[in-house]
Write a protein that binds this ligand. Structure first.
Ligand SMILES: [Zn+2]
Length: 164
């Protein structure tokens, strides 16, 4: 009898352990999700701070994050270029007044009636120059960073040449 009593105790203990493990798992999973929520909140705030910092310092070429700012500006300009490529492929342009997509050759906006032809030379200029004007000042630090890489490449090439 004592054997069965012992076994019964062990089984009920095992059951309690399993229940305890399930409870622990449920509680820690719940708390872990709270941690994830807070981490996401922090990431969003980092992003807000970063964006504000970028806007405040994008014209400060001597900022400690000038290289990163330059990379963002570079990426923003690439996006503008890619968007223009899409417009070119689609054969469209955007109305400078309302933003509607128009046939490249349209003289007037079919959405708002804006005279696109007359506005084209006037309106395209500021849209294009604003981002582009900011590029040369910031793209300068980037090639400087690249130059050590070029030196390394040259070094590897000369080694390869020596082997050949
Ligand atoms: Zn329009």
């Amino acid at each position: 009898m004592s054997f069965f009593n012992e076994l019964g105790k062990k089984l009920s203990q095992a059951g309690q352990d399993a229940a305890q493990q399930t409870k622990i798992f449920a509680e820690t999973t719940k708390i872990s999700s709270y941690i994830s929520d807070e981490e996401k909140r922090i990431d969003d705030l980092y992003k807000q701070i970063g964006k504000s910092y970028f806007e405040a310092n994008r014209n400060n070429g001597s900022d400690i994050y000038a290289a990163q700012i330059a990379e963002i500006v570079n990426s923003q300009n690439k996006i503008l270029e890619y968007q223009q490529q899409i417009r070119d492929i689609k054969g469209i342009k955007n109305c400078p007044n309302c933003g509607a997509e128009l046939n490249k050759n349209s003289g007037f906006c079919s959405s708002c009636g804006y005279n696109v032809t007359a506005a084209a030379s006037v309106n395209e200029a500021p849209v294009d120059t604003t981002p582009i004007n900011t590029v040369p000042a910031y793209t300068i630090p980037v090639p400087v960073e690249n130059s050590p890489l070029n030196l390394n490449k040259n070094g590897e090439e000369s080694e390869n040449n020596a082997e050949n």
